[in-house]
Design a protein. Structure first.
Length: 297
């Protein structure tokens, strides 16, 4: 018993208090009932919680849930995960609690969402709401594929969301875009196959999210000069990770969505523009994701 993470084995009953509703006008009615039931049972409870069965977890609840095992688990995580790659709402207090009805998930407890980004400098994880995990996988398709595979296997998310910066190809676009389709701009194997098509493979040339309108071209290069193929192929923006993320999601059967913030015009000074603006899309992204999760639209 002492060697397990779970510290609530002495309890005779495990009680889950849940409410479901769709009309936001009933928020107070249903959340009030849940909290009232919780308050009524608290005097008879062990003082801890099963952290997988609650929608609002703070640091005190985490420590109460693990009890005497908490410090040992902190030491183990510090030893084996010093970069906090496998960060979670169950081990970190850096999450904004959200309790609201959702027509997408229809449940009081939110479904887990995994946000994948390349660099910490692109996305401030402090804006993540409850039930959202953020993982930084690194730049390029290889890093993105490895990070996506590792995260999906570990977290088994209901939805994978990629956020990142991008260069603009289609004039007139600006700000935050949701990506509808993604292609590989650097799959250049002519004459074995047309550009963008992987030869001798069943990898689709185009991967679609089912959302958004913009088309993204992914490749392991930072675009700094015009490329007529991008324009002819009606590519709106370019990045360095999304195709790999979308393909891994396809292989695992995981739904995905992607949001890209335009930082530059993919020209010779693109690196300077990117450096100056790479963090500017954070607020826009968290607002967009919040609307998806809690069903504000």
């Amino acid at each position: 018993m002492g060697e397990t993470a779970f510290a609530q084995r002495q309890a005779e009953y495990s009680i889950v208090i849940a409410a479901q509703w769709r009309d936001q006008a009933e928020n107070e009615l249903h959340t009030g009932w849940v909290r009232g039931a919780w308050d009524a049972l608290t005097p008879y409870a062990s003082g801890g919680q099963l952290l997988t069965m609650t929608s609002d977890v703070g640091e005190e609840a985490v420590q109460a849930g693990f009890r005497s095992n908490y410090q040992r688990l902190v030491e183990l995580k510090t030893n084996y995960d010093p970069t906090n790659f496998s960060s979670s709402m169950r081990t970190s207090s850096r999450r904004r609690p959200v309790m609201s009805p959702s027509p997408h998930y229809g449940s009081f407890r939110m479904t887990k969402v995994l946000v994948l980004t390349a660099l910490e400098s692109e996305l401030n994880a402090d804006g993540a709401m409850n039930g959202v995990e953020v993982a930084c996988g690194g730049v390029g398709k290889i890093n993105a594929a490895f990070a996506t595979t590792t995260a999906i296997v570990a977290a088994k998310p209901a939805l994978v969301v990629n956020y990142g910066t991008c260069g603009r190809i289609t004039k007139g676009l600006r700000g935050l875009l949701e990506i509808s389709q993604v292609v590989q701009r650097d799959m250049i194997a002519m004459p074995l196959a047309p550009r963008g098509v992987t030869p001798a493979s069943n990898i689709p040339a185009v991967l679609a999210s089912g959302h958004g309108v913009a088309v993204c071209g992914t490749g392991d290069s930072f675009v700094t000069s015009p490329d007529p193929w991008l324009t002819a192929s009606k590519i709106d923006v370019v990045d360095m990770e999304l195709f790999a993320i979308a393909y891994v999601c396809r292989r695992f059967g995981a739904p995905w969505r992607a949001f890209k913030f335009i930082t530059d015009d993919a020209h010779q000074l693109a690196h300077e523009d990117w450096t100056a603006t790479c963090a500017d899309g954070t607020e826009l992204f968290w607002d967009a994701l919040n609307e998806i999760i809690i069903g504000c639209r």
